[in-house]
Design a binder for this molecule. Structure first.
Ligand code: HAM
Length: 430
């Protein structure tokens, strides 16, 4: 019996797997330049952690969690995002007692029982950062800039940054009252999700994707008219820092985000490709004031963001298929004749131990068959070893792009490879 892959999941291999890895590596390097260090938290947590943090009114908690009772009778959920787990780790390990802000980056798989479609999976990968324990417009601006610059750095020619403020608690209280008053006599005609949101978190109605409801939402009160003086000043200062870095943004006052823990500034990054592909947000985040406290820690503000690596991978492939990384070997060792096979095996191992991506054919095959294999594996060079070469400890090194060939002695092999792989220069002056 052949087993089917589960809906909304995928197997990554070949170029896709390679590029997913490269995206993660590149974000890691970038996050480290902003002073973040790695944190790893478990894939599953107590369900209540997510109900408290992501929120009862969110679609994630309401409809999308992979929850189960474990063998010990505990109510467990696979993480639908990583922020809540990071906050739990900060509390469990009393990390808030260290120098603040704590700056952590993470990368891991997350699970949401969504309706699968292009760019939307049930298991996907998030790379994110959390800057914990600081309430300062500069850390919001820094986080937003990090996300924007990381996306540019990885190959997005332009990024649409949507930004909004949900204001402070005073703002939200006043605004929610205004929304309740507005929707009160319209809610009966709206979708079941809106009805539920009206009761649990009226703000989230603004996020409704149902066309008829969006018509109603269009004329709802705007948050700008309810911002407290402090909240407006805070938002303006964040925008000013973005302006000063020439980071372009669109203020979108319907942006409320799908998770309940946000306050103040929220943002999303989007990219629409030339052929119109829009996979939704490729990254998103915001400021949150109460989350750490809600999961049992002190009342400290934080800001963070997360990218969806699969969406980014799909778009990067479309943006620049030529540059989309192909897996390539540094060199392929070609052995001519049975006597040289074992010698080549040992040499290949030595090359690998010196961190060259080296491969050889373990079987006895003709020169042309091995050369074809080298080309299929995108090897840059072939190291050719016949019985004469073996006796002299000196080999032919062939550039598989230009077809040029030089002689390299065993004792010079590592240095020569280092040099040519780094510079691309290939000559046989010696
Ligand atoms: P989020 O907006 O729910 O935020 O998810 C972040 C990113 O994950 C999205 O922008 C998108 O790229 C990707 N994503 C979401 N759902 C899917 C899906 N079903 N399939 C593929 N990719 C998806 C959060 O999770 C927050 N924890 C972000 C954050 C960190 N806020 C503060 N700190």
């Amino acid at each position: 019996m052949a087993y089917q892959i589960q809906r909304g999941t995928y197997d990554a291999y070949g170029e896709d797997a390679l590029n997913l890895q490269k995206i993660e590596d590149s974000f890691k390097v970038f996050a480290e330049t902003y002073g973040y260090t790695f944190i790893k938290t478990p894939t599953y947590e107590q369900t209540e952690l997510f109900t408290r943090s992501v929120g009862e009114s969110s679609d994630i908690v309401n409809k999308e969690m992979f929850s189960f009772i474990d063998k010990g009778g505990r109510n467990i959920s696979l993480r639908p995002e990583l922020t809540a787990g990071v906050m739990r780790a900060v509390v469990s390990n009393k990390l808030y007692a260290l120098d603040l802000p704590l700056k952590y980056y993470y990368c891991g798989n997350v699970f949401r029982y969504e309706r699968p479609q292009q760019g939307r999976y049930r298991e996907f990968t998030q790379f994110g950062v959390e800057c914990i324990g600081i309430n300062n417009y500069m850390s919001d601006a820094e986080t937003i800039s990090l996300g924007y610059n990381a996306l540019k750095n990885i190959g997005f020619p332009h990024v649409i940054l949507k930004i909004n403020t949900l204001g402070d608690e005073k703002t939200r209280e006043n605004y929610k009252n205004a929304l309740r008053a507005y929707f009160e006599n319209k809610i009966d005609d709206m979708c079941p999700d809106c009805k539920r949101r009206f009761e649990t978190n009226v703000l989230r109605i603004l996020d409704c994707k149902v066309k008829e409801d969006q018509e109603i939402v269009k004329d709802a009160p705007r948050i700008q008219d309810y911002l407290s003086k402090e909240a407006k000043e805070y938002f303006d200062k964040v925008l000013e820092l973005l302006d000063e870095q020439s980071i372009e943004y669109e203020i979108d006052d319907t942006l409320v985000r799908g998770l309940d823990y946000y306050s103040q500034v929220v943002f999303e990054y989007h990219f629409i490709s030339k052929d119109g592909t829009n996979l939704g947000a490729i990254g998103a985040g915001g400021h949150y004031d109460n989350l750490l406290h809600d999961v049992g820690g002190p009342k400290l503000s934080s800001v963070g963001l997360a990218f969806g690596l699969e969406r980014i991978n799909t778009l990067l492939k479309e943006i620049d298929p030529e540059n989309y990384q192909k897996f390539g070997l540094d060199l392929f060792v070609i052995h001519l004749g049975e006597e040289t096979r074992q010698y080549s095996f040992i040499l290949t191992q030595e090359l690998r131990n010196n961190f060259f991506k080296a491969e050889m054919c373990l079987e006895n095959k003709s020169f042309s068959a091995q050369l074809k294999l080298a080309l299929r594996k995108n090897a840059r060079y072939a190291l050719i070893i016949g019985t004469d070469e073996m006796a002299k400890n000196s080999y032919g090194l062939k550039n598989l792009t230009t077809q040029e060939q030089i002689e390299v002695k065993y004792e010079d092999l590592i240095d020569t490879l280092d040099e040519i792989l780094l510079t691309g220069e290939f000559d046989d002056e010696e």
